[in-house]
Ligand binder design. Sequence first.
Ligand code: KG4
Ligand code: ZN
Length: 347
Amino acid sequence: MKDTVILGIESSCDETAASVVVNGRRVLSNVIASQVDLHAEYGGVVPEIASRKHVELILPVIDSALKEANVSLEDIDGIAVTYGPGLVGALLIGVTAAKAIAAATDKPLIKIHHIEGHIAANYIDHPDLEPPYVCLVVSGGHSHIVYVKDYLEFEILGMTRDDAAGEAFDKISRVLGLGYPGGPAIDKQAKLGNPDAIHFPRVNFQDTYDFSFSGLKTAVINYVHQANQRGEELNIPDVCASFQQAVVDVLVDHTLKAAKETGVKTICLAGGVAANSHLRATMEKRSKDSGFTVLYPTLVMCTDNAAMIASAGYYSYIKDEFTDLTLNAVPSLRIGEGHQPERPKNL
Ligand code: KG4
Ligand code: ZN
């Protein structure tokens, strides 16, 4: 069978990325221009700066991805692009570039939900993985437990009612003066601390696998402020380890319960917070007793990249799920929304 070569484009937040992937699993190139240093100065992503930087970077990044893969636009079978959720100004740059390439080459355009992309990162790193499985998707903007019934069929089993897990890591890091992005900094500090030193609250709702992290965030901020007011020196590693333990406990508890209910055998992790070493280790340890196989992407595939978008694009491509050139960015988009197999091929 002929190989299917997909060009993936991602610009939903502060990474401008392009990648070429064969048959959804083999990465020929994965170019990521991160703007993290630019935004770190402000303690978080500044949407206007992100959009302007995407405009500067998008074409050079796409060029590099094609060159590194040693392919030309002629060799590409389809162009997959993140169209939501994300920052509207940032999404629009990737969407516009993808539409322009689709129009100029007359190749099919494929719209990808960013979170479905994060889930697909697991296909790249685990060539034998096939649905069904349950995926915990935890990133800067999202915390979802998703039942992946098939490549294009998703059911949300639980989601955050307020802050995303990554958002909590970033806010706590800022309060502790550890900088942006907060996840890697807290992960590092937590390794030196005692997770049982401070008991921070865990929220469990009845009859749902939903999450809530805003109470935990407030509890940690209050703890830090009170210590400062009393002139006490903070044990930063202990605060980080105790906070991280509270997040991980809830993420793992809810995911295991949800996975048991569906009867799947595999649990996957995805999104930036899936890079967290304690989350990975705890999920693996606690899943073993229940007989689940736990899979997670390599670090670079956890955070934003375009290989995951190209991989997801392949599964739409083989089902003839194409979109036309009226495609627009959709800043708030639910998982699973937008899969319409009857859509026409291009134009
Ligand atoms: O998936 P991603 O790159 O962007 C979004 O789609 O949001 O995720 C970024 C988030 C940030 O909140 C960052 O702090 C978090 O992932 N993150 C981590 C770690 N590495 C990145 N959180 C916890 N532990 C980590 N090691
Ligand atoms: Zn992301």
